[in-house]
Design a protein around this ligand. Structure first.
Ligand code: HXC
Length: 270
């Protein structure tokens, strides 16, 4: 492990979308560092399995099946998480929906479903958690993306939602800084073994992503977890309002001109 195993000892976290993929990885990583973890997700079976795995690490766990689109259910989930050990220190807004669809084919409900999950869900959970987070100076961590940094085709709905999430990170950091609550984000690039990559990087797209990434590989769930552990720990005590990109440099090299520049440089030098 990169960090000491007691990094988050005695704290409690709630992770939305914690039954699979990055959310599950984050739940286990926090638990492995001493944090009690409540895992929330739409499907009961994966959240129950994640909670079992968390308990096996020697901390307390709760499995909560609820949808972030339902503000009342989110309030209940927050209360349940806070009951685990009488406190709530960390909220990870990880729940997300996604599918490939061109804007001209996207229905109002399709656009709305993703905004409701990614953006409004993050708002509902953050607002519900605030009274608990205020008590000891807690942390909100929003899982964003880099898709919204470009005009990513077939990702209008997600890009709009995640741009909103980034705005939420900045505004809440300012509004809640006075309570000692830090609000940050992580923007992963494509992460191997996740539903997002399975759905979005179809066919040759995965190889192209690897080939275009300066660090030469897809991200791993562990890469995201290590960034999250830093942000959630006291090592980041003065870091707020930041969205940390964890993508091996992919988005910086994604203007479609990298090969053309390389050819120009070679020709200019010859
Ligand atoms: C067009 C679609 C669609 C598709 C759903 N819709 N899938 N439209 N193409 N493939 C439309 C539906 O037709 C419907 O609109 C509306 O969206 C709601 O769909 P429902 O299935 O009724 O809703 P629901 O069951 O609530 O879930 C929808 C969903 C879900 C959010 C899209 O399928 C989901 O959660 N998917 C995957 C989750 C996921 O991949 N998470 C990882 C995200 S990673 P109408 O008009 O018909 O009623 C990420 C970053 C990726 O975001 C970065 C990688 C590089």
């Amino acid at each position: 492990m990169v960090f000491q195993s007691d990094l988050l000892q005695g704290k409690t976290a709630l992770i939305t979308g914690g039954g699979s993929g990055i959310g599950r990885g984050l739940a286990l990583a926090l638990a492995a560092h001493g944090c009690n973890v409540a895992v929330m997700g739409r499907r009961a079976e994966p959240v129950a399995a994640a909670a079992d795995d968390i308990r096996a690490l020697g901390v307390q766990a709760a499995a909560i099946s609820a949808d972030v689109r339902d503000p009342a259910a989110v309030e209940q989930a927050v209360a349940q998480a806070a009951e685990l050990a009488g406190r709530l220190d960390i909220l990870v807004n990880n729940a997300a929906g996604n599918f490939l669809c061109l804007a001209e084919d996207l229905s109002p409900n399709g656009f709305g479903a993703v905004v409701d999950i990614d953006l409004k869900g993050s708002f509902h959970a953050s607002k519900a958690a605030l009274p608990h987070l205020k008590a000891r100076g807690g942390v909100v961590l929003n899982i964003s993306s880099t898709l919204q940094y470009f005009g990513t085709a077939a990702q209008l709905h997600v890009s709009a939602a995640k741009a909103g999430v980034d705005a939420l990170t900045r505004v809440l950091a300012v509004e809640w800084g006075g309570y000692g609550v830090r609000v940050n984000g992580i923007a992963p690039g494509p992460v191997a073994d996740t539903e997002g990559v399975r759905r979005l990087l179809v066919g040759r797209a995965k190889e192209t992503a690897v080939g275009s990434t300066p660090l030469g590989r897809l991200g791993s769930i562990e890469d995201v977890c290590n960034a999250a552990l830093f942000i959630c720990s006291d090592a980041a005590a003065f870091v707020t309002g930041v969205t940390l990109v964890v993508d091996g440099g992919l988005w910086l090299a994604s203007n479609g001109m990298t090969e053309a520049w390389a050819a120009s440089i070679e020709q200019a030098g010859s």
